[in-house]
Design a protein around this ligand. Structure first.
Ligand SMILES: Cc1cc2nc3c(=O)[nH]c(=O)nc-3n(C[C@H](O)[C@H](O)[C@H](O)COP(=O)(O)OP(=O)(O)OC[C@H]3O[C@@H](n4cnc5c(N)ncnc54)[C@H](O)[C@@H]3O)c2cc1C
Length: 409
């Protein structure tokens, strides 16, 4: 006996993909978007439907790097949404970026991880680099001709970034950088590496300094990509830096200003992670609806409908929160770590919990690779870990609560 055909049209038919996701858009979230932001969503959904969704399961199975996906997004002019036109960007809002990231993540979370890392590598250069550094490195990251990595984490410096041990020693021409980075997205192939090192460990945060390194410089070597739970179409690798000679021109900002660069950069990167959470939640919601319809028809028992009502409501809440905080960042780049943390933690928890719920609602079908929610469940987990774990986000939120209580009482 064979079961029902659970092959989902949206994996192979771009028209079906767009129709399903258009049908699930929520007017109460869309009403706050500008016509340009809606255009960005349409353009990203089109690439998602034609290129990303049909390849996502294959990337997961084969662990092939999502070069095709990133190139398709860059070719569609979506690689530089928050960057100025003179550097190859489109000067869009953070909301437009969040909306695009949600689309990419809904179709292929792995591609969204590499796509956002391109932005995370380019953004510190925009923030702290001089004109020459910006023109040398940013356009290639935006048009996809170069891959970028953000090198913060080390074997003994994860959540506690201030304890990083990669060292920059002054030389006549600039600095010699030595140390080890780990868990670096696209680290196996990055052409441009934003590297955080300390010029003096005794200075703690005040010693942290940011540099732009090129992947083919002497002294830069890479580990093989790690085998991982999810996000198989992206690569995560170690970087080994052995007496890498960094010219003075490749300093980002000033010596000792690296901590400020990290803190300003995470505002953007946490929008990325949050948008991944919302995109994953939407994807599993769509897959759950389609699979339940194939199993039971469109009229479901009340318990299933109630569970879907919860999912839909939580998805809308997450999207509204994402848009609200991204809009706040558009108006005020000094948005607090706690506010960013609420968005990052809520939205990435949303993605993971939605995937767990979807697998539960579908029973054994939820376990099947063809249905796809198990892939999103594996992909979702790491969004709660990177860009500051969700425990660290709660810590940051809690600190603001304490300060507020001190002010109030
Ligand atoms: C797929 C993937 C991609 C990544 N990409 C990048 C990248 O491109 N660049 C980069 O620099 N890094 C990257 N990372 C690293 C990521 O940012 C770190 O894993 C993350 O910051 C957590 O650090 P850690 O793994 O060392 O965990 P730890 O800091 O060792 O934490 C372990 C556990 O303890 C908890 N914990 C730690 N401190 C506290 C505290 N004070 N209070 C309460 N709980 C605490 C954490 O929440 C966590 O649950 C990536 C990681 C993964 C898995």
């Amino acid at each position: 006996m064979t079961g029902p055909d659970l092959t989902l049209a949206l994996d192979s038919d771009a028209g079906a993909y767009v129709a399903v996701h258009d049908r699930l858009d929520e007017p109460s979230a869309d009403v706050g978007l500008s016509s340009r932001e809606l255009d960005v969503r349409r353009a990203t959904r089109d690439v998602a439907a034609r290129v990303l969704a049909p390849l996502a399961a294959e990337f997961d199975r084969t662990h092939e790097f999502t070069h095709v996906g990133v190139q398709a997004l860059a070719t569609a002019g979506l690689g530089g949404l928050v960057f100025p036109p003179h550097l190859g960007g489109t000067g869009d809002s953070n909301v437009a970026y969040a909306v695009a990231m949600e689309e990419v993540a809904a179709a292929c979370p792995s591609t969204s991880l590499v796509f956002m890392t391109q932005m995370h590598a380019a953004y510190p250069i925009l923030l702290a680099g001089d004109d020459d550094l910006q023109r040398r490195y940013i356009p290639g990251l935006l048009d996809g001709s170069a891959y970028g990595s953000l090198g913060i984490t080390e074997p003994d410096a994860g959540s506690d970034v201030s304890s990083l041990a990669t060292t920059a020693t002054a030389t006549d021409q600039g600095w010699s950088v030595s140390g080890q980075k780990t868990f670096i997205t696209t680290g196996d192939r990055a052409d441009v590496i934003i590297c955080f090192a300390t010029v003096d460990r005794t200075r703690g945060r005040d010693g942290i300094t940011a540099f732009v390194l090129e992947g083919d410089w002497d002294g830069v070597s890479r580990g093989a990509p790690f085998a991982k739970l999810g996000m198989h179409g992206s690569s995560t690798a170690e970087l080994f830096l052995d007496d890498v000679q960094v010219p003075r021109a490749n300093l980002l900002g000033t010596e000792g200003a690296g901590w400020k660069v990290v803190m300003s950069s995470v505002v953007k990167s946490r929008i990325s992670a949050a948008a991944q959470g919302v995109g994953i939640a939407r994807a599993v919601y769509a897959r759950t609806l389609l699979t339940l319809r194939a199993l039971h028809g469109p009229r479901l028992p009340d318990d299933l409908t109630f569970a879907l009502a919860e999912m839909r409501g939580q998805l809308l809440e997450g999207r509204l929160l994402l848009h609200a905080v991204a809009r706040q960042v558009d108006h005020d780049s000094a948005v607090s770590a706690g506010q960013i943390g609420i968005m990052k933690q809520r939205c990435t928890d949303l993605g993971f919990r939605a995937a767990v719920t979807a697998v539960g609602l579908l029973g054994a079908y939820g376990d099947l690779a063809d249905v796809g929610v198990e892939r999103y469940l594996r992909d979702a987990k790491v969004t709660q870990i990177y860009d500051g774990t969700n425990e660290i986000q709660r810590l940051l939120i809690g600190r603001e609560i304490t300060r507020a209580m001190e002010d109030i009482l």
